[in-house]
Write a new protein. Structure first.
Length: 189
């Protein structure tokens, strides 16, 4: 894993583990004691809104998103380079658009002092501020990746660009999965 995504990955994992425990506790309380903590669904919504941009960044940085590469491998190195840059730049543009949308949502929340229509009546500025920070991290990371791809193209480093920003081959993906399986087996023992 690249250093750029260590912290977002750790935050993502911690939030999802905490949410899983909260849901498990809520389920047990409902099943056996007819009690509810109330608001776990609200917390779950906030958690997903916060971790989604972090997951997007990790996926983009690790080139782990799904890409249909049937034709990609058959193209020339130059054509692949252009497509890889187009993919990185379009992701950065999407991230910036989502950041804009998030900023506008937070501005409206501030203007109207919106609260959640839930039992907790949470002032929405608090979870949305964290959401904005996560979206800012995604937008900044995606922009850095796009800038790197454009710089590699401008320098003519097409092989590096293809290796760093292109989809992996089926053999590379198989090797990565087998290496990951080996690590999981060693940890399990």
């Amino acid at each position: 894993m690249k250093p750029m995504v260590h912290l977002p990955s750790a935050i993502f994992g911690a939030i999802m583990i905490l949410l899983s425990f909260a849901i498990a506790i809520e389920t047990i309380l409902r099943k056996f004691f007819s009690l509810s903590l109330g608001g776990i669904d609200e917390i779950g919504g906030y958690a997903v809104a916060i971790v989604a941009p972090l997951a997007f960044l990790v996926t983009a940085s690790e080139q782990a998103h799904i890409r249909i590469n049937v034709l990609h491998a058959k193209l020339s190195l130059g054509a692949r380079a252009v497509l890889n840059v187009a993919a990185a730049v379009s992701l950065a543009l999407l991230a910036l658009f989502l950041l804009y949308f998030t900023v506008e949502t937070v501005r409206e929340t501030l203007a109207y002092q919106s609260i959640a229509q839930t039992p907790w009546a949470t002032p929405l500025i608090y979870p949305q501020a964290v959401w904005l920070c996560a979206m800012l991290v995604f937008a900044a990371g995606a922009t850095v990746l796009a800038a790197r791809s454009v710089l590699l193209l401008a320098r003519g480093e097409l092989k590096v660009l293809d290796r760093r920003f292109g989809p992996g081959s089926a053999e590379e993906e198989l090797e990565a999965e087998l290496a990951d399986l080996k690590i999981r087996e060693e940890v399990a023992q």
